[in-house]
Design a binder for this molecule. Structure first.
Ligand code: ZN
Length: 162
């Protein structure tokens, strides 16, 4: 019998590390492996594409361009807001993260990008937009998805059924 490999309709269990600009920014170490349904867009496309054909126990380094990761920086996602519109308890310092409600009441996450005497520039880009992603992944488990998982397009864990 052929060894199972990563393909559409497989539930993949994967250990991973993610480095950006040489810094470790995310890892499954000390946690359960990441579980996802291959082919369902549960993980970023540039990583998902590179996993096809991998076997359990196999390790791979995958470099994902910004375009295939969290997207390029969107210049339209920078917005200048007058200082006076910020409540005084918010520290107006570069890098501070804020939750901002848009006109339709949606909550968006923004970071302070620049501050001057009159205005504050907010950056609504994903924090990893414009960044090359350096993953090291190890496949630690593979199984066929259930019919229900295929229908829902995601994995149902031990404590997650709906
Ligand atoms: Zn479901």
């Amino acid at each position: 019998m052929d060894k199972p490999t990563v393909q559409d309709g497989q539930v993949v269990s994967m250990e991973y590390t993610l480095h950006v600009d040489g810094q470790l920014i995310d890892s499954s170490q000390g946690r359960a492996p990441l579980e996802f349904l291959q082919g369902a867009g549960n993980i970023i496309p540039g990583l998902e594409d590179e996993l096809y054909g991998m076997e359990v126990g196999e390790t791979k380094n995958v470099i994902v361009s910004a375009e295939d990761g969290y997207g390029e920086l969107d210049p339209d996602a920078f917005v200048d807001v007058p200082r006076a519109q910020f409540p005084t308890e918010i520290p107006l310092e570069i890098g501070v993260e804020l939750q901002v409600r848009d006109d339709s009441g949606r909550v968006l996450l923004a970071r302070i990008d620049r501050v001057d005497d009159e205005s504050v520039r907010l950056d609504f880009n994903h924090p990893l937009a414009g960044k090359e992603l350096d993953f090291t992944v190890k496949i630690v488990g593979l199984r066929d998805a259930t019919d229900e998982e295929m229908e829902h397009g995601h994995v149902h864990g031990h404590d997650h059924a709906h």
